[in-house]
Design a protein around this ligand. Structure first.
Ligand code: GLN
Length: 456
């Protein structure tokens, strides 16, 4: 813990930590030490972690990287973080992210962007660590902590993991409690670990997961010992390669990474099977209707009354002006764009044309996966991202749709509620890490982690 705290103080330029909590860390580390000495050392005992700012942490600023939550210190702990702390984990601080987890580059944060510790060859252009869990990815990749929590609504664990050469798993929807995690799109949001290795991810997930009566969508299922399932034996497993993920414009390097990954799994005894997910091509547009729709509803609670920031009002301003001014000052541009898109697609005249249609597409996407699994496929292999990490500002200057296109390989998994993992799988010609994604059957994270382990 002390080594991590020192490393964090020397790495302010990365912008990974937005609130440091050294006093809490040292106190928790001391308590962990005592437990170890007493011979009672649970899984996470003394393991220094960073916590994404989207998780509510008792008495510690939890702002979802938004100005609108300025000054908000929850009086409760999210279920996921309380399970981690009960198991002895140490909190080093809160990690940077895109505002309300909306983004793929950590550039929508009210704290400014986090930076990727990797560089392209000798070029010193600063690169994005990806997003929205950009601070988590940057902190783990730069050895500022041993693991971090992330959340994934459309790729926010897997894409930053791929951009920084680490492992990130989005569990099955319902595996980890959403209680105390600031809501973005409730039917898609899932918490998960970001760590250096598949084994570390398995250990952290085992503690984060579990049924929680405080979240009605949390599954009442036993949590398997994911670590014990890491045998590396994948003989006889059927790995699907979906034709629809071969997209025009995908760089040759990514195609090669994907083919090499498939060969590696074949060499380990798996059978590689070509499959079709016919509706996958509609995932991105469906996601960018459903996610903003749910966000516009979830973010209605930030009204200047119940939490955080309230705008200064002028003489004669009423409640409407209070809402308008507070939300105009408190929300950044991307969040405002999502709220506007969301209210539009939910409005009476457009509900059927957009929101209902997207929901139908979502059902078809889910069915594609069910059909593949029913045909005996155990896991599906795809690239995690269409490119390596891009430069800060490179995408924000293009139109917002360019940024959304970065999520093309990841959003499908959230729409279908499936577990997905990103594993470091190679280095591009500029020296940047690239990741592959494996998608698993619902509730079979153990099997998925084991396949990823064979690829690692
Ligand atoms: N990049 C996607 C978005 O902006 C996904 C974000 C996430 O998973 N939280 O919505």
């Amino acid at each position: 813990t002390e080594a991590c705290l020192t490393a964090i103080d020397g790495a302010d330029a990365l912008g990974a930590f937005v609130h440091k909590t050294p006093e809490i860390a040292l106190e928790q580390a001391g308590a962990a030490d005592a437990r170890i000495k007493a011979g009672d050392a649970p899984d996470m005992c003394g393991i220094p972690m960073g916590i994404k700012d989207l998780f509510c942490t008792n008495g510690v600023a939890s702002q979802a990287a938004s100005r609108i939550l300025e000054g908000f210190k929850p009086e409760y702990e999210s279920t996921v973080t309380s399970q981690l702390f009960d198991a002895g984990a140490v909190m080093l601080g809160k990690l940077n992210m895109d505002e309300f987890a909306m983004g793929s580059s950590n550039e929508t944060s009210c704290y400014g962007n986090a930076v990727n510790p990797w560089r392209r060859g000798n070029d010193d252009t600063l690169l994005t660590p990806g997003g929205s869990s950009g601070g988590s990815a940057s902190a783990v990749a730069a050895d500022l902590c041993l693991a971090a929590t992330g959340t994934d609504t459309g790729g926010s664990i897997r894409q930053p993991a791929a951009f920084t050469g680490i492992v990130g798993i989005k569990p099955t929807y319902g595996r980890c409690s959403r209680w105390g995690v600031v809501a973005f799109a409730s039917s898609l949001d899932q918490a998960g670990p970001m760590a250096k290795t598949v084994r570390d991810a398995a250990i952290v997930l085992r503690t984060m997961a579990g049924h929680d009566p405080k979240d009605s969508t949390s599954a009442d299922l036993a949590v398997p010992d994911f670590e014990a399932m890491l045998t590396g034996d994948i003989r006889g497993k059927k790995i699907g390669i979906p034709a629809e993920y071969r997209m025009e414009g995908t760089p040759a390097e990514i195609e090669k990474l994907w083919a090499d990954g498939a060969n590696m799994l074949r060499d380990a005894g798996a059978e590689i099977v070509d499959i079709s997910l016919p509706h996958a091509k509609y995932a991105l547009p469906a996601y960018y209707v459903i996610a903003p729709a749910e966000a516009s509803s979830n973010l209605a609670r930030y009204d200047g009354v119940r939490y955080g920031h309230r705008a200064k009002l002028a003489q004669g301003d009423g409640i409407t002006e209070m809402y308008e001014k507070t939300r105009a000052e408190g929300f950044g541009h991307e969040v405002q764009r999502r709220v506007m898109v969301g209210t539009y697609v939910l409005s009476a005249g457009f509900y059927d044309a957009y929101y209902n249609r997207a929901r139908k597409v979502r059902t078809l996407i889910k069915k594609d996966f069910e059909d593949a699994f029913a045909a005996g496929i155990d896991a599906i292999l795809t690239p995690a991202t269409p490119s390596a990490a891009f430069g800060l500002g490179e995408m924000t200057e293009a139109d917002p749709v360019q940024m959304y296109l970065n999520d093309v390989f990841t959003v499908t998994v959230n729409l279908a509620g499936l577990p997905g993992i990103s594993v470091p799988a190679g280095i591009d010609k500029q020296g940047l890490p690239l990741g592959l994604q494996l998608i698993g059957r619902p509730w079979e994270e153990g099997d998925l982690l084991n396949t990823a382990y064979a690829l690692e």
